[in-house]
Design a protein around this ligand. Sequence first.
Ligand SMILES: Nc1ncnc2c1ncn2[C@@H]1O[C@H](COP(=O)(O)OP(=O)(O)OP(=O)(O)O)[C@@H](O)[C@H]1O
Ligand SMILES: [Mg+2]
Length: 244
Amino acid sequence: MTDLLTVSNLSVFYGAKAQAVENVSFSVQQGSVVALLGANGAGKTSIMKAVAGLISTKGTLTFDGVDVSAMPARARVKRGIVYVPEGREIVGEMKVRENLVLGGYHLNGRERRSRIEMVLDLFPEIANKADRSAWRLSGGEQQMLAIGRGLMAGPRLLLLDEPSLGLAPMLVRRVFDRLGTIRRETNLAIVLVEQNLAMTMRICDHLHFLRGGQLVGYRSAAELQDSAARQEAIDAYLGAAAAA
Ligand SMILES: Nc1ncnc2c1ncn2[C@@H]1O[C@H](COP(=O)(O)OP(=O)(O)OP(=O)(O)O)[C@@H](O)[C@H]1O
Ligand SMILES: [Mg+2]
């Protein structure tokens, strides 16, 4: 399979001395789901923002054979790199449907309408609330809206930053199952940032473990089918806090 995204020797600095990410390299194949796992402050969001073009970085990012390292964020979105930030960041005062329109601002009217249909089909929970203000949605519904807004842009690579944050396990399962459907239907690749290994296992193919801004371990999902192997990875890379 071809690599859709290649990250080579990525480093992120905040100011002169604070290095948040150090020489990180990994790749994402078409249609695959790659998880980045690590504790608070490990550098997960920094990597996602770097790939999205939202912060300045060192290193090389190749997307679909093109060096996008110096490309502005908007140009990366056009090529299909779409970031769904942690904390959802939907526009509460706007209606659910208007939030979706925002995600597809570059589309013509017909394409936009058909994509809104697609998103609402995928997330029926928000379909019957499409004309409500977004702040009236529950946390899980807001997460669905945030992912839906990302899908409006027609991503080839979706960067999902802790979609499970603050959600009940049942809702997380629902969101992840839907992501599995999208992925099967559209050959979408996903980079998923999470702290919870068990949930991540539902969807991902590859897992990279991050500590102190560095990649410290890798496991394929197949290697972690066994619960003893999962526990071993948790002990080695995540610590007890992430085991729940
Ligand atoms: N805007 C910023 N300015 C200065 N330092 C920052 C900034 N954003 C992040 N950092 C620092 O960079 C490091 C990595 O942060 P990052 O947000 O990438 O971690 P994370 O793995 O996403 O953590 P979390 O799980 O808490 O979201 C941390 O030490 C953090 O304090
Ligand atoms: Mg983060």
